[in-house]
Design a protein around this ligand. Structure first.
Ligand code: ATP
Ligand code: MG
Length: 590
């Protein structure tokens, strides 16, 4: 901002100077006018008095011209006074400033204004430039009367230059006073003005800080005048402004924290569908950055005509709307778009769009649907087969004991399968309820494993599979739900036997670290093709459906393992080389 070119103090100084000079001029004029008037009055009365005296002296000498002339000369000697005696016809009888010889050459004075007045028996007065003495003169003429008969006129004159002289002598000290006065004004102006400028400057510089919202300084002002009051008021104003701004900012901060941490995308638009603001979630959904959205319309930033139509409709009807939309792009998404129409009072914002990501919900819904379809299918297959065999038996096969026995055996196997299937589905459902249902206790896996392996004794013997259990000798503690941990190893060992080659191997080992325990079950079986590796933990997934079924599998074993491990805060992984074997690892966090 800076100060104006001509500062406050300088302006004040110039103003004072002008006022001072004006006052001086007016004073000089009135003074000289007054002095002139007073001096003239004094001169006039003194001349009148002198004229009367001279009249007394001159009257007896009127008839003796030479005597009169010398008397007059004597009277005026050594003064500025000029005395002239004139006869009733206007001829000069005597004149103090002329010699007696020159008198005769002088012109008739009857027409001089003051003489003319005196001849009319009045006191005459005139101010005139005299050619004789070559100065401005005041003339006074009085008549010499005897029995109201005019014997002559006494005229006295004095130069009035004296007034000017007096004036000049008065003006000198006045001028001196003026110069002194101007000097005082200057010094006072500089001192006072400087202080004023400095105080105003202090206010200005702090006010400039306030304008930049820098509240670090207060205006410190001494004195008890208006500037002090102004400074105090400004300080108070700054304090309340500061707290107001802080309140607003903290309010704004809260809202922005809420908005930026929301999972839902939020976009505010104007009544004319111009972009106003968006939260980071909305930016992520539509792939724009708020910095590049100034003065853009909704369609420009979202590029979603369907959304535009929903908003148009909501604005037209003045009613909130909600509809599901699809976002294509790198990741396809399903969003529930809610359009909230604001009333006319919220001037800048005409509507708020809120987007809920429904992708995961829809995905889970699909999984569930698929699961139900799979379960139905899995249940129907053994049921159909059971029903088929029973019908065959009822249709006459019962009479053939060897056939009926074979059929009934199959029916029994299928019933077992159904039972297992139902049990597995129940287990999965139970685990899916979440980690809350997992009771954690200290288990020593090293002492639990032999009992688990014991259950597979017959199967192992049948397939002549050898087990190398490296988790023995020293305890292997971990924290988990005993039954569920058992289930994990039963399922994994079952697979390692089922999908092993005859006379194969199974190796159980463990690796302990501060993070937790990793237990590995390795087999020398058929292995899993790479393209299936990513799917084996899915429900009902089997690499070879027919073969797995033949082996009595439901395809839920690994899904149960995965869910149990996740409920424990751990995970299950698999590596495999087709034809050589597989290696399953489960991790229990410490
Ligand atoms: N050790 C393994 N070696 C080779 N393939 C395996 C192994 N373990 C699992 N698989 C493959 O992964 C599929 C899924 O295994 P999962 O345990 O979930 O089902 P299942 O064993 O077929 O049936 P269930 O365990 O319910 O009796 C199996 O059908 C099989 O194709
Ligand atoms: Mg299995």
């Amino acid at each position: 901002m800076g100060f104006p070119k001509i500062g406050f103090a300088k302006r004040l100084l110039v103003l004072y100077g002008i006022i001072f000079i004006l006052v001086l001029l007016v004073t000089d004029w009135t003074l000289s006018h007054f002095l002139q008037k007073r001096d003239l009055q004094q001169l006039q009365s003194s001349l009148s008095r002198q004229s009367t005296l001279i009249r007394e002296i001159a009257t007896p000498l009127l008839k003796e011209a030479p005597k009169l002339q010398s008397k007059v000369k004597k009277l005026a000697e050594g003064t500025d006074l000029r005395i002239t005696i004139i006869d009733p016809e206007g001829a000069i009888l005597a004149d103090s400033s002329e010699t007696s010889e020159a008198l005769a050459k002088m012109d008739n004075h009857a027409t001089r204004p003051e003489v003319a007045s005196a001849l009319r028996k009045e006191t005459g007065m005139s101010i005139r430039y005299s050619m004789t003495v070559q100065t401005k003169m005041l003339y006074i003429a009085i008549p010499i009367l005897e029995h109201s008969q005019i014997l002559g006129v006494v005229r006295t004159a004095m130069p009035i230059t004296r007034v000017d002289e007096i004036l000049a002598s008065v003006r000198r000290p006045v001028m001196l006073a003026a110069v002194l006065g101007i000097l005082i004004v200057l010094v006072a102006g500089i001192l006072f003005g400087g202080r004023l400028t400095q105080r105003i400057g202090r206010i200005t510089s702090v006010a400039e800080r306030y304008a930049r919202e820098d509240w670090s300084e207060k205006i410190l002002m001494d004195g008890r005048d208006e500037l002090k009051m102004l400074a105090d008021t400004m300080n108070q104003m700054a304090t309340s402004l500061r707290s107001r701004i802080e309140d607003l900012e903290s309010e704004k901060g809260k809202i922005s924290v809420i908005l930026s941490n929301m999972n839902e995308g939020v976009i505010a638009i104007s009544r004319r569908k111009q972009f106003v603001m968006a939260n980071p979630a909305a930016e992520k959904i539509f792939g724009f950055t708020a910095a590049h959205t100034q003065e853009k319309s909704l369609i420009e930033i979202t590029r979603h005509p369907q959304l535009e139509r929903i908003v148009d409709h909501a604005f037209q009807e003045q009613k909130n709307a909600s509809s599901e939309i699809q976002i294509s792009g790198k990741i396809k998404k399903t969003l529930l778009a809610n359009v909230i129409v604001l009333d006319a009072h919220a001037r800048d914002i005409g509507g708020i769009l809120v987007f809920h990501d429904m992708t995961e919900l829809r995905r889970l819904e699909n999984i569930r649907k698929e699961f139900v379809a799979n379960v139905s299918h899995e249940l129907r297959t053994p049921l159909t087969s059971i029903k088929g065999f029973i019908e065959t038996l009822l249709g006459g096969a019962l009479k053939d004991p060897p056939t009926s026995e074979r059929f009934l055996k199959i029916v029994s196997e299928e019933t077992d399968r159904l039972g297992r299937l139902v049990e597995d589905i129940l287990t999965l459902g139970e685990i899916e309820q979440g980690a809350a249902l997992v009771r954690k206790e200290k288990i020593d896996l090293a002492s639990e494993l032999p009992a688990i392996l014991e259950r597979f004794k017959t199967q192992l013997q049948e397939k002549k599979i050898a087990v190398e259990n490296r988790i023995s000798g020293k305890p292997l503690p971990l924290s988990g739900d005993r039954d569920k941990v058992h289930q994990v190893f039963v399922n994994l060992i079952d697979n390692a036997i089922k999908f092993n080659k005859p006379e194969g191997m199974i190796v159980l080992s463990a690796d302990q670290s501060p993070k937790g325990v990793v237990i590995t079950i390795e087999d020398t079986g058929i292995g899993i093709p790479e393209e299936s590796l990513g799917r084996i933990f899915e429900r009902f997934f089997r690499v070879d459906k027919a073969r797995s079924k033949e082996l009595g599998g439901t395809g839920l074993g690994l899904a149960i393992v995965k869910h149990i491990m996740e409920a424990h805060g751990g995970h299950a992984t698999c590596q495999s080389t087709p034809g050589q074997g597989s290696r399953f690892s489960v991790f229990f966090p410490a």
